[in-house]
Design a protein around this ligand. Structure first.
Ligand code: DP6
Length: 322
């Protein structure tokens, strides 16, 4: 009972921040994302077998026994319950992006785990069911089930358009800091929900923002989409700053990148910056502008760049790692 799945990470244009239901991972607001390519992906093999006396997790060649194992084990319990499988599992998982480069892996990680574990346990789930399951591991993983653009509201995500719809789009990831985050997004969003007044205002406007974002994607209206992406990222980080204690994920280089993109957008928007719960920038642009932007970014001291195209949803392979 073994299966291997690959899932790519995604970058949110409208961000998920805050849970209506913490135990079920139901978000306060809808979110929209673009799935990234195989450069930013996780490959996971799961084997359920009577030979294992407890769950085993090996992540990027390292055997883990901390909170990460507990989180994965709890997730596997859900699958065992759903499938009737009674065995423990060995999980081997590898990210394609460098470990500790500051790129979050919970979206690709839990999407790949959900797919591999479900299949290994004998479940045959449709994308919507898989998305629900992935969501229980990590909210943003609900969207990584699909290629192209996905929207997540409530229990599961759905696809807006697949990866062939707008192939000119690209994401230049500028790594400004390769350290682990000081505070996890899970903890930080709780603080924002509890303490930020601006967050309450955000919630009143975010549905409209989501529908405008969706329209701009469907119309392939880059300038409008770029403006929306940047104002959304700014709004989220304003809410973080407004939290008590204040949450600051951005560093000096993040702010330099914002200035640079604003400068380059003076005549008309050619790129959009967006930041998740970390200082690394995602610069969404069209391929024709990519080399010019990368050249400018590299003038900022110490940046490392990874470029990702729009990518595919979950897929399976027979190349197991166990
Ligand atoms: C800023 O999906 O990591 O990246 O559900 O608690 O695991 P949990 O949170 P997570 O939060 C992602 C937050 C974000 C925005 C986004 O991807 O939508």
């Amino acid at each position: 009972m073994k299966a291997t799945a690959i899932a790519n990470s995604n970058i949110a244009f409208v961000k998920y921040w805050g849970k209506k239901d913490e135990s079920l991972n139901i978000p306060f607001n809808p979110s929209i994302s673009m799935t990234l390519d195989e450069k930013i992906s996780t490959k996971t093999t799961v084997e359920f077998s009577e030979k294992y006396e407890s769950d085993i997790l090996i992540l990027n060649n390292e055997k883990l026994s901390d909170n990460k194992l507990i989180r994965v084990s709890n997730f596997l319990d859900m699958i065992r319950k759903k499938s009737g499988c009674i065995y423990h599992a060995k999980v081997i998982s590898k990210n394609t992006f460098p470990t500790g480069c500051g790129i979050a892996s919970s979206a690709s990680g839990f999407a790949a785990l959900a797919a591999a574990a479900a299949r290994a346990s004998g479940l045959n789930l449709k994308d919507e069911e898989l998305s629900k399951l992935a969501r229980m591991g990590s909210g943003s993983a609900a969207r990584s089930v699909y290629g192209g653009f996905a929207i997540w509201d409530n229990e599961s995500a759905t696809q807006i358009k697949d990866e062939t719809f707008w192939p000119e789009l690209t994401d230049i990831i500028a790594i400004t800091d390769d350290q682990q985050k000081k505070i996890s997004s899970r903890e930080a969003m709780k603080i924002t929900v509890k303490t930020s007044k601006k967050y309450r205002e955000r919630l009143q406007k975010v549905d409209e923002k989501t529908s405008l974002m969706k329209q701009s994607i469907l119309a392939k209206d880059f300038p409008n989409m770029a403006k929306l992406i940047m104002s959304e990222s700014d709004n989220l980080h304003e809410c973080m700053h407004d939290s008590v204690p204040e949450i600051e994920y951005l560093n000096e280089n993040s702010y330099r990148i914002k200035e640079l993109i604003n400068e380059m957008n003076k005549e008309k928007p050619i790129a959009a910056y967006t930041f998740d719960a970390g200082p690394n920038a995602h610069i969404i642009t069209l391929k024709k502008h990519s080399s010019k932007i990368k050249k400018e970014l590299l003038k900022i001291f110490g940046l490392r760049l990874i470029e990702s195209k729009i990518g595919k949803g979950i897929r399976y392979t027979e190349e197991h790692m166990i």
